[in-house]
Design a protein around this ligand. Structure first.
Ligand code: COA
Length: 162
């Protein structure tokens, strides 16, 4: 039976660290849905959900078994609707663990039909986060090593419009 997975997140914007994780997941699972949350809780995103989806689609266009889509509501509800049995999350450092452990346990409490699997990105992306990349770009730093060229341009354009 095929095992399909989802990689949920805000992706504001997608970084090379996220891309690395998607590529690893695509080797393990039959189909991977990169699910971009429309409701971002307390985070006020720089990019609209449609912009975040478009950037991720371009960045991941070369991987056949990966789909990028937006979703609303609970991650586990989306997983169940789409028959995605695994939620993939990245662990970059010990500091990620506590939050991820809470998320995974809450999701398990909500349903026992979906399992969480943790992957680690390559070490050179361990320190990247979307908010740090946005901050470095806003302050004039070079972000070429952290995001794809399209995402870099989108960030510079957005900052230039402010
Ligand atoms: N490479 C680079 N950066 C990474 C990364 C990786 N491999 N893995 C995580 N990150 C960064 C992200 O860029 C982000 O950085 P930021 O906070 O600076 O923006 C941070 O780590 C975590 O973000 P992300 O992975 O996008 O997750 P999130 O915490 O923004 O999203 C959801 C969490 C959307 C999955 C969660 O809130 C959710 O499930 N929401 C839907 C509603 C729901 O079901 N709520 C109940 C949850 S139990």
């Amino acid at each position: 039976m095929p095992v399909n997975a989802m990689y949920p997140g805000t992706f504001d914007p997608i970084t090379l660290g996220h891309e690395d994780l998607v590529r690893r997941a695509a080797l393990l699972f039959d189909h991977v849905v990169v699910a971009i949350a429309a409701n971002t809780g307390s985070k006020v995103p720089m990019f609209s959900v449609d912009e975040r989806v478009d950037m991720a689609r371009v960045a991941l266009d070369d991987i056949d078994n990966v789909e990028v889509t937006r979703y609303n509501g609970l991650t586990v509800d989306f997983a169940r609707q789409r028959n995605l049995r695994v939620i993939v999350r990245g662990l970059r450092a010990v500091s990620d663990f506590e939050y991820e452990f809470q998320l995974a346990n809450m999701n398990r409490h909500l349903t026992d039909e979906v399992e969480t699997a943790f992957l680690t990105p390559t070490e050179k992306f361990n320190f990247i986060s979307s908010s740090l990349v946005r901050e470095v770009a806003e302050l004039g730093g070079d972000i070429s090593e952290f995001v794809s060229p399209l995402v870099k341009q989108a960030l510079l354009d957005r900052i230039g419009q402010r």
